[in-house]
Design a protein around this ligand. Structure first.
Ligand SMILES: [Zn+2]
Length: 269
């Protein structure tokens, strides 16, 4: 069974001790191998995943077999949001793009726990909101910002979800994230390498100058990050802090209010 304090996923780190202790016996550590399928479009979602390291892609595939990535999920989130939103299937598929590890739980068990704990449910709804905002920001980003700016944004987002500055990132994945051809990926990564910001060899990226990447990234990187912090606190993976306590008590209070009167809207003050 999972160690008591092994909460290295952002959402799990926000749970109250009671909620976490109820989930803990059901959480399994799994390896996220490159290309592993986490769920398939229009098929029942069997498991929910809380990534610890690595990145999973939410992908839409059209009738002619073409695919586009619409969102990414790492240690800040969970794979299986439809389960939290009252559904068990989705029109999209999710598979692993950057290898790592995750904590997994049976979807039916997790649904039962959501029904048992309004506080757990509210944390997942806040994540759903943050995730939707990230997808919306990315939709605007792809139309409004230059490829190099967007590439810097995605490199920083991937780095935030990994334990070190060196990670696997294929040309194919970068091309899908950026919505460009492989030759464009080669050009952009080549220019970032030439400027001394990264090293890129055989699908492995090493971030050499984090600050310079931030200066070249578009505003979307900070907007999405701050939105996650606003909705979920800024204590990802950290031990209990005042901010985390505040979020738990706030979510707990909101849940109490929701229980007493479903008509009362939950707002953050
Ligand atoms: Zn952007």
């Amino acid at each position: 069974m999972l160690e008591r304090n092994q909460r290295t996923n952002r959402l799990l780190s926000l749970l109250s001790d009671d909620d976490y202790e109820r989930l803990r016996p059901h959480l399994l550590q799994v390896v996220l191998d490159y290309r592993k399928s986490l769920y398939e479009a229009s098929r029942p979602i069997e498991h929910v995943y809380f990534p610890v390291e690595g990145v999973a892609s939410l992908v839409i595939t059209t009738a002619d077999g073409a695919s586009a990535e619409i969102g990414t999920i790492g240690s800040e989130g969970m794979v299986g949001l439809p389960v939290c939103l009252g559904d068990s299937v989705a029109p999209s598929s999710v598979y692993v793009q950057v290898p790592g590890t995750a904590l997994s739980i049976d979807a039916r068990t997790f649904r039962g726990e959501l029904g048992r704990s309004p506080a757990l449910h509210l944390i997942m709804l806040r994540y759903a909101h943050a995730f939707f905002n990230q997808v919306a920001q990315s939709a605007a980003c792809i139309h409004l910002h230059k490829v190099e700016q967007r590439c810097c944004r995605w490199l920083l987002m991937t780095r935030d979800r990994m334990p070190a500055d060196d990670f696997l990132l294929t040309h194919e994945f970068l091309g899908m994230m950026l919505g460009v051809r492989r030759t464009t990926v080669t050009e952009v990564m080549g220019s970032l390498q030439k400027a001394g910001l990264i090293r890129y060899r055989r699908g492995h990226v090493t971030i050499l100058d984090h600050e310079a990447l931030r200066r070249r990234a578009c505003e979307c990187y900070d907007i999405s990050r701050l939105e996650f912090d606003r909705l979920l606190g800024d204590t990802a993976g950290a031990p209990r802090t005042d901010k985390k306590r505040r979020l738990i008590s706030e979510v707990g209070h909101a849940a109490e209010v929701t229980n007493r009167s479903p008509a009362v809207s939950v707002s953050r003050r």
